[in-house]
Design a protein around this ligand. Structure first.
Ligand code: KIV
Ligand code: NA
Length: 277
């Protein structure tokens, strides 16, 4: 199997091949994603909500991201690894944006970084890309701005906001992004943006007209069950499966059924006689 690069992404769009992406936060999940042939893994700052128990993504730090990026990098062989720049790691200054992007590659083992925002982030994108670090954009529902939006609802559903989003997408492409995530926007807007851009769009809650799709793995596995957005399709029900397994284990321990002989170690009769002497 060949290593996936940002060039593969561009080629896949040209060939009309849909790009599947999944999030991962640990080595084991990354390994399974890689085995499944999923071409790209995102270590998203959704980490904060689905793994670390934070209320939003705003609490996620560079140290949190690096810790989990390293784990994913150890588990993955061929996938293009994209790491999210956490809140406040790229907005304060271009220097910090470049430094923190570099850390996600140098220390975290990522191949590219992702940041949220449109025209207001164009300078940061240019600075990071000029360092040789590929950047993925993220438009529409950008969760680091949840306090501004007042919730996690659909974005860009007025003509003015839709036009602005299309402009932002073109600006991001112009600034050097190799791909853009479109989150929670009307399907026909996402399709239009995808047609206008040369770089691939990766949708989440943005309909089937995108060049690729991304889902948060604990969502698609039915593991994260605090809430389920409309755009999530559950391919498994791991929350229920794990709960059943834990309950069965609990009962076995309480009833003395576990461990059985088959789960236990023994020593030879000779050694045992000697022990008791
Ligand atoms: O953090 C994340 O998982 C993301 C995806 C939802 C695109 O940004
Ligand atoms: Na994110």
């Amino acid at each position: 199997k060949k290593k996936i690069t940002t060039q593969t992404f561009l080629q896949m769009k040209k060939n009309g091949q849909k790009i599947a992406m999944i999030t991962a936060y640990d080595a084991q999940t990354a390994e399974i994603a890689d085995e499944s042939g999923i071409p790209s893994i995102l270590v998203g700052d959704s980490l904060g909500m689905v793994v670390l128990g934070y209320e939003t993504t705003l609490q996620v730090t560079m140290e949190d991201m690096l810790h989990h990026c390293k784990a994913v990098a150890r588990g993955s062989k061929n996938a293009l690894l994209v790491g999210d720049l956490p809140f406040l790691s790229y907005q304060v200054s271009l220097e910090e944006a470049v430094r923190n992007s570099g850390r996600l590659l140098q220390e975290g083992g990522m191949h590219a970084v992702k940041l949220e925002g449109g025209r207001e982030r164009a300078d940061a994108v240019r600075a990071i890309v000029s360092t040789g670090i590929p950047v993925m954009g993220h438009l529409g529902l950008t969760p680091q701005s949840v306090n501004k939006f007042g919730g996690f609802g659909v974005q860009a559903n007025t003509a003015a906001a839709a036009q602005r989003l299309l402009e932002d997408a073109l600006i991001l492409q112009q600034s050097g992004c190799f791909s853009i995530v479109l989150e929670s926007i009307p399907a026909r807007l996402a399709e239009l943006v995808s047609k206008r851009l040369d770089i691939p769009t990766i949708g989440i809650g943005a309909g089937a007209g995108c060049d690729g799709q991304v889902l948060v793995s604990p969502d698609l596995l039915g593991l994260f069950s605090r809430f389920t957005p409309r755009f999530v399709k559950k391919y498994a029900n791991l929350h229920q499966d794990i709960q059943k397994a834990f309950s069965a284990y609990l009962l076995d321990v309480q009833n003395g059924v576990f461990p059985g002989v088959e789960n236990s170690y023994e020593m030879s009769d000779v050694e045992w006689e000697e022990t008791l002497r």
